[in-house]
Design a protein around this ligand. Structure first.
Ligand code: F6P
Length: 531
């Protein structure tokens, strides 16, 4: 199947795909989910290419694997676990069975406890030792940070609860700066860690506890914990009433729908959080029901596979023209790269094709004045994914939003059409002549024929954010199944953690004998400068 796709790519790669893009294609090469639209017509995928890509889905068994995932089977085969973040947003979808047990009563019970606690914090029923909670600090890293941090920022227009801060880095600057901005007597500290062993999180949690201990009589009274390891949360001193647990079938980077989303729930309220869950559930239903060519997560995955594994473009830029989504690229870096950055297939054999792409990005229009130069004229093609809302939240500044939208659409058009040498010459004619005109014109050529997709939606509200995040989760799932790897483990993060633990005594002064020369030399340099 890969061979057929590669042959097809060889046959069409020199064509200018803008010649394909008429009004019919704009309809036919787009997917609609609810009131959200994914346009993938500005790519070189034609009807034959799409059919081959869909064959790839069918031959990889994506439909059966999808049903196995929603059905609670242990599709995370290396860890022997189900993958059921979808159960966290299954508000009215009936039972979900794992090992013969319906997990939904537990999920809904935890959701109700979270809602009651979040509303108590917002209303001032749960207080700090100095009065109503003014600040919430979420201490977590990776999936225990990026989801709620991205979500709180994305839903800033709906934020009417206490201020939320996110501390993730073990760099003391992170927690020190945050604590300085908060009053310990009115701050709630949430320790978010699936395992409750992550060194960065536990170190920061102890620092926060000491900070609270200097100011209030009972520091533990201002802590809550979000974790699967309830024994460890009680060892830390957090009472069970403020521990919100979840099961091992929720992966860290898929966890913002459950307890890990508590800070977001406190920020926007329980109703807003439910709307977010409903958006995710809506995308789940679309993913389960829509034909592949109209299936938004499936097509987003196939466009990605076409660009990365077939065309060989190693990176993908995510470019939200929605400033409140400024942390989305960072969130997607973990979601996509920790999930599909694997070198072996499920059975342990080397992957036959490249693993998932490097994902990066920044909001537009900022990126236009920074790295778009390379996207337009650099020698490597970077497929771009634009996101844009029809409306912002600043009604009195709608004309400014229109300018934002014009910029977004102009970029995908510019990437597709480019500017040829004749047009470049006419741009500089009159300013230069002869050889100089020729030289100057070459600098103004845009080769174009550069692909992009655009995800358009009415406005970034909680429901829409839920749709967007679930869309990307399922995209990662489809891509993982087609590549034949396990998207739900993360062994690649382990080696660095082990070596950091082994290096700690050396950094603190123990003999570096046995370390490689480079590492020993760096330790010695840092010691000589005050480490
Ligand atoms: O080191 C990677 C990782 O395990 C991520 O997968 C996870 O999201 C993060 O660390 C944090 O883990 P925890 O929630 O257990 O603290």
């Amino acid at each position: 199947m890969w061979d057929k796709l590669k042959m097809h790519h060889e046959a069409v790669k020199s064509r200018r795909f803008e010649t394909l893009v008429d009004a019919d294609r704009a309809q036919g090469f787009a997917a609609q989910a609810g009131d959200m639209r994914l346009d993938y017509s500005k790519t070189n995928i034609d009807a034959e290419g799409r059919a081959l890509l869909i064959d790839l889905l069918d031959q990889s068994g994506v439909a059966a694997k999808r049903d196995a995932m929603f059905g609670g089977e242990a599709i995370n085969e290396t860890e022997g676990r189900a993958v059921l973040h979808t159960a966290l947003r299954n508000l009215d979808g009936g039972p979900v069975m794992v090992d013969g047990q319906d997990v939904m009563p537990g999920v809904l019970d935890t959701l109700a406890r979270m809602e009651s606690f979040a509303e108590d914090v917002r209303a001032g029923v749960f207080t700090g030792q100095g009065g109503k909670i003014t600040d919430v600090i979420n201490i977590g890293i990776g999936g225990s940070d990026l989801g709620p941090a991205m979500g709180v920022l994305a839903l800033r227009p709906y934020h009417d609860g206490p201020r939320c801060h996110f501390v993730s880095n073990v760099d003391p600057a992170d927690i020190a700066d945050t604590l300085r901005a908060c009053d310990p007597a009115t701050t709630l500290v949430i320790v978010a860690s699936k395992t409750f062993t992550t060194i960065e999180t536990m170190t920061n949690a102890r620092t926060a506890k000491a900070w609270l201990g200097e100011a209030v009589a009972d520091p533990a009274a201002q802590f809550a914990a979000l974790s699967t390891a309830e024994d460890k949360t009680s060892d830390f001193g957090i009472p069970a009433t403020r521990v919100f647990g979840f099961e091992d079938w929720v992966g860290g980077r898929y966890s913002m729908w459950g307890p890990i989303g508590l800070s977001m729930m406190i920020a926007i309220g329980a109703d807003g959080f439910r709307a977010f869950l409903r958006g995710g559930q809506d995308m789940d239903r679309h993913f389960q029901a829509a034909d592949w060519a109209d299936n938004m997560p499936a097509m987003l995955a196939l466009v990605g596979i076409w660009h990365n594994q077939v065309c060989g473009h190693a990176t993908r830029a995510v470019l939200p023209y929605d400033n409140n989504l400024s942390r989305l690229p960072a969130y997607l870096q973990q979601l996509e790269m920790e999930s599909n950055g694997k070198g072996v297939s499920m059975d342990g054999a080397e992957l036959a094709v490249n693993s998932g792409p490097v994902v990066w990005g920044e909001p537009g229009t900022n990126g236009q004045h920074a790295f778009y130069q390379l996207i337009h004229q650099g020698t490597r093609v970077i497929p771009c994914e634009f996101l844009v809302a029809a409306r912002g939240h600043e009604d009195d500044l709608h004309h400014q939003h229109q300018l934002l939208v014009a910029n977004c659409l102009a970029q995908s058009e510019a990437l597709m059409k480019g500017r040829d040498l004749d047009e470049a010459r006419s741009k500089v004619a009159g300013k230069f002549e002869g050889d100089e005109l020729e030289r100057q014109a070459h600098h103004r050529v845009f080769k174009g024929n550069r692909p992009s997709t655009t995800l358009a939606y009415p406005t970034l509200d909680p429901f829409t954010l839920g749709q967007i995040i679930a869309l990307y989760e399922h995209r990662v799932f489809v891509e993982g199944v087609v590549l034949g790897l396990n998207s739900y483990d993360q062994w690649g993060v382990e080696l660095g953690k082990e070596l950091a633990t082994a290096l700690q005594p050396i950094v603190e002064g123990a003999d570096a004998a046995g370390k490689d020369g480079s590492t020993a030399g760096l330790v010695s340099f840092l010691h000589s400068h005050g480490l």
